[in-house]
Design a protein around this ligand. Sequence first.
Ligand SMILES: NC(=O)c1ccc[n+]([C@@H]2O[C@H](COP(=O)([O-])OP(=O)(O)OC[C@H]3O[C@@H](n4cnc5c(N)ncnc54)[C@H](O)[C@@H]3O)[C@@H](O)[C@H]2O)c1
Length: 322
Amino acid sequence: MNKTLVTGAAGFLGSHMVAKLLAEGRQVVGIDNLSTGKADNLRTFSDGGAFVFIGCDVADPEVLRLPELEGVTEIYHLASPASPKFYQSRPFETIEVNTTGTKRMLELARLSGAKIVYSSTSEAYGDPLVHPQDERYRGNVNTWGPRACYDEAKRLGEVFCYEYFHRYRVRVKVARIFNTYSAGLRNDDGRVISNFVTQAIAGDDLTVYGDGSQTRSFCYVDDTIRGLRLLMEKDAADGEIVNIGNPVEHTILHVAETVIRLSGSPSGIRFLPLPEDDPKVRRPVIAKAEALLGWKPEISLEEGLRRTISAYRERMQGGMRP
Ligand SMILES: NC(=O)c1ccc[n+]([C@@H]2O[C@H](COP(=O)([O-])OP(=O)(O)OC[C@H]3O[C@@H](n4cnc5c(N)ncnc54)[C@H](O)[C@@H]3O)[C@@H](O)[C@H]2O)c1
């Protein structure tokens, strides 16, 4: 049976990936140090059967000696804080997991012959001067600022992937993931959709940074997970960097107004100062993903927000806190 390793298994994308793989009948090993993830995200997977959980740090050299990883054929390296709120409070851990942690996972792939998908980010493009962004754009990243620990660590993680592909022919694929959302995000995650939906359901004003004219492209989690699965499966994607994101761009103000409308909330909008180095625009070109993977997103923002609002509502009415 195929054995798949998912790092960051207790996180947002990791737990969705584990659920998808188990539903396909795969054997899954999840690794997580529970720094930003929640054990609660794993509660529906019974540990010890098709799913085995290991609580440890992927950057730890002992990881390569874990007996549970014997026979691994696929690795999704998703471990890393992703929300600015979390990576800015853990800059050194963020650098470590994306550099040393990525090297460990590439080494595991080299030793075991496994394929590996590395979760890079649209933040590799920084505050882009080219719009929209395709994979050849080299980005505009501030190396001396509060986002650098994440953006630069991800870029260096990509360099490790490049070297392992070219030196050792490790079958590595790099996903530059753009903003992904759904109800799986923690209420206190600090990313825009979880903020807006939590605020709208509570009847609080939605906090928009700047004047709300900055844009983002939001991809519903099912579309992102399907893209990552195809990236793993397709041989043509070996040694490639591929944007995984929704090419439909919205202003943050439009997203706030849509959340208020769809949730029927009495909330207003409160404008706060724009954080330092916040990207002003963000939209992927997905021609490469379409050509290599036959992938494009299928779930519209309205549909994804409807699902997200109803799931958060259930969770908050059930008394669950972040
Ligand atoms: N969700 C998005 O919109 C998005 C966008 C771009 C890139 N990404 C990337 O996708 C990956 C998953 O993001 P997410 O949204 O699920 O984030 P998340 O914070 O919800 O999950 C990350 C998980 O990694 C775990 N982790 C962190 N450091 C670790 C370490 N050293 N060892 C073991 N586990 C560790 C955390 O505890 C957490 O469970 C990250 O690499 C992130 O950078 C996500």
